[in-house]
Design a protein around this ligand. Structure first.
Ligand SMILES: Nc1ncnc2c1ncn2[C@@H]1O[C@H](COP(=O)(O)OP(=O)(O)OP(=O)(O)O)[C@@H](O)[C@H]1O
Ligand SMILES: Nc1nc2c(ncn2[C@@H]2O[C@H](COP(=O)(O)O)[C@@H](O)[C@H]2O)c(=O)[nH]1
Length: 185
């Protein structure tokens, strides 16, 4: 059996609760390392550069891509997002588990480049509940919500590509299951 910890990828439609689950995991286990992505999206209220994302300009994102500094990247609902490669590889080299929270396109790229990565799909209890969560979060205007729900239909259809699915009915239950998968508990 390999000594190297596996990379865990958490994916699923916008609004399903990925960030909420990860925040709960890290509250219980602050040692869980989550990659901080680069994005061209503007910060939401309360989001901090270097904590929630590295907020970059289009030109900076072009350079990150051109210089091969991203493990994967994708355009999602009008913005670009990418995983800084060096930090992830450094953690894996040190034998520390790594968690990525990324969209379907990114998960597919990771599958290609890191065959031992474990891909976890976070599913909503129902379509209606997903719409309720995304709308209820109140962070996006209606036209952006529509774009994200359009992407969500594609993402939900891709569920069979993942190694396993967790349904986010209870944040606590999903967080516990992910921690166990990552051998943190
Ligand atoms: N199990 C749950 N039950 C009820 N509400 C939930 C649950 N999980 C998350 N939520 C709520 O759903 C909303 C969306 O959650 P969150 O922002 O974590 O989603 P996300 O998948 O990270 O979205 P995005 O991909 O757009 O970043 C939030 O308001 C959050 O409080
Ligand atoms: N392919 C990637 N997708 C990413 C990355 N970081 C975040 N994301 C995903 O983008 C959407 C939208 O995120 P939001 O913060 O604007 O709501 C969501 O599905 C994230 O998981 C990344 O580095 N690469």
């Amino acid at each position: 059996m390999s000594e190297r910890p596996r990379l865990t990828v958490l994916s699923g439609p916008s609004g399903v609760g990925k960030s909420t689950v990860v925040a709960h995991m890290r509250k219980e286990h602050p040692d869980v390392w989550l990659s901080v992505s680069a994005t061209t999206r503007k910060p939401r209220p309360g989001e901090q550069h270097g904590v929630h994302y590295f907020f970059v300009t289009d030109e900076e994102m072009d350079k990150l891509i051109a210089n091969g500094e991203l493990l994967e990247w994708a355009e999602f609902a009008g913005n670009r997002y990418g995983t800084p490669r060096a930090a992830v590889l450094e953690r894996l080299e040190k034998g520390e588990p790594v968690l990525l929270e990324i969209d379907l396109q990114g998960a597919r790229q990771v599958r290609e480049s890191m065959s031992d990565a474990r891909l976890v799909f976070l599913a909503p209890p129902s379509w209606e509940e997903l719409v309720r969560r995304l709308t209820g979060r109140g962070t996006e205007p209606p036209e952006v919500i529509e774009r994200r729900l359009g992407a969500a239909r594609t993402e939900l259809a891709a569920e069979p590509e993942f190694d396993l699915t967790l349904v986010n009915t209870s944040v606590e239950d999903v967080a516990r299951e992910l921690l166990a998968l990552m051998d943190v508990v």
